[in-house]
Design a protein around this ligand. Sequence first.
Ligand code: GLN
Length: 270
Amino acid sequence: MKIKKAIELGKSELSDFENNYNIVKTLLLNHLDMSFEKLYINLDQELPDEEIFFKNIKDFKNSKPLEYITGKASFYSLDFKVFEGVLIPRPETEILVQKVIDISKSLNKELKICEIGVGSGIISTVLALNTNAKIISTDINKIAIKNAKENIQNFKVQDRVKVIHTSYLDGINEDFDILVSNPPYIANDYKLDNWVLNEPKNALFGGEYGDEILKEIIKLADLKNIKIVACEMGYDQKKSMSDELKKHNYKAEFYKDLAGFDRGFIAIKN
Ligand code: GLN
């Protein structure tokens, strides 16, 4: 089958989806391992493997996220590997990372950072690439540990990022200047679409209210006397985070995502 025919058939298979052309294009470029520019001069070429390509289309239709099909996601303009069973990077997390980079630079010393819930490793990798910090990252999910290690290795920052399979900072006795986290913060009963529900539940849901893990993280930061805490949070958690941070003597600055929702904070211990 020619590529142009595969585009037509793929689009009609996904005609229920508003962005069907973009989905087909993403799957096709991945299948061909080709850049978008090249695709349009190759429309009359044969598709390498029809069966695989249309299986990918079907998998997407059956709620498998594109990033799990292609095995990758873009974050901070970089290509990361994403394993099935690990949270897919979201663009709003770039804001959190940028805040931590900015404050790290302003502090002008060699920092020690810890990340709770490393996932695919996007936050720690980008921080390592843009600061000279030493980083320790943890996750309870073994697949995430493997995924993060692979990305950290690919970006050659393994000398400064150590990944540990543990809960929170259990078993880690070092001191840190900054704690960063994009923890699970969605309330257990919040309705999500089937694609998102194919991501790991323990990376999405934070408990009955959703903010339980965030509160634990703030408590832990206080206990360990960590000067700066930066976290992503749910759109409706500003009040509870503000109260919790005050209780632990942190002065917080909240930020919004690009859609205008409250999305996180960066807090400094008084
Ligand atoms: N740190 C990873 C991310 O931001 C994973 C977060 C998580 O699993 N909740 O994508």
